[in-house]
Write a protein that binds this ligand. Structure first.
Ligand code: UDP
Length: 248
């Protein structure tokens, strides 16, 4: 990694989930476009390696929320304070409720076909007020073609579940703040929202151990966890101690 994480931290939303959602809803109502990045250490590490991800994170129109506990911990080390963690999957749930109540249109892009079908079914049953603008699974060949179609339809909300960094880079390529629509990369959230995969039990969520639960369920995540989270906190410490030496 080269360079400081502070420019990213300066741009993260530090307030409550509630006020963030209120802001998003106001933007949807006024037809303003939004691009939300739910940050975890992996995304920030990516930003330091890939120029386009770095640009996306530093773009004044990109809204970043602290999704992972690693982001909050690292931020504390560097002197940043957050009111609370804002998990992407909870933003999704709140947006579904809002879209249902206000008859907003929604496009779902990503995840496996069976997952997507289960989610569409759930939305039709439980959120019948939502206008489904369309849905495409995440294993199509031409993602750009799908995205061009989405931007032409201009849905109020577009959730993209292709995994990081593909989802963020794709959204950033097509996003324009002048066009209406809230665009958000949601990683594995469709798997949870569809009901096919359980989110961690309340205990793990309460004690910020959701990451541990995910590793125990999917051990192949361990390497990813090590490569991003553990190295991230190590780099953050280095950054802090480097700054302390400079200030002496
Ligand atoms: N996915 C996809 N197309 C791909 C690769 C992944 O649609 O080519 C989906 C996958 O089915 C899953 C999501 O992207 O629903 C990524 O989930 P993961 O839990 O890895 O994301 P995270 O939340 O950890 O970033």
């Amino acid at each position: 990694m080269t360079g400081s994480m502070k420019p990213y931290y300066d741009r993260i939303y530090k307030g409550s989930m509630r006020s963030f959602l209120a802001g998003l809803e106001a933007r949807i109502e006024s037809g303003q476009g939004s691009f939300v990045v739910t940050a975890n250490p992996e995304i920030f590490m990516m930003g330091k390696k890939h120029r386009q991800m770095d640009r996306a994170l530093l773009d004044e129109h990109t809204m970043i929320v602290p999704d992972g506990i690693g982001i909050i911990r690292g931020g504390k080390t560097l002197g940043y304070r957050f009111e609370e963690r804002i998990p992407g999957v909870e933003i999704c749930e709140a947006l579904l409720k809002y879209a249902d109540e206000h008859h907003k249109s929604l496009y779902l892009f990503g995840a496996e076909k069976t997952v997507l079908e289960a989610l569409v079914l759930r939305i039709r049953r439980e959120y019948s007020g939502i206008v489904l603008a369309g849905s495409t699974d995440g294993y199509v060949k031409d993602r750009d073609r799908v995205f061009r179609e989405i931007t032409e339809r201009q849905p109020d909300i577009v959730l993209v579940a292709l995994g990081t960094p593909a989802q963020e880079l794709l959204i950033y390529r097509y996003f324009s703040p002048e066009r209406p629509g809230l665009y958000m990369g949601v990683g594995g959230s469709f798997d949870v929202l569809s009901g096919l995969k359980k989110r961690a039990p309340a205990f793990f969520i309460k004690y910020n151990l959701e990451w541990l639960y995910r590793i125990t369920r999917e051990p192949k995540r361990l390497k990813r966890f090590w490569d991003s989270n553990v190295r991230f906190l190590f780099e953050i410490r280095k950054e802090k101690h480097g700054n302390q030496r400079e200030n002496r």
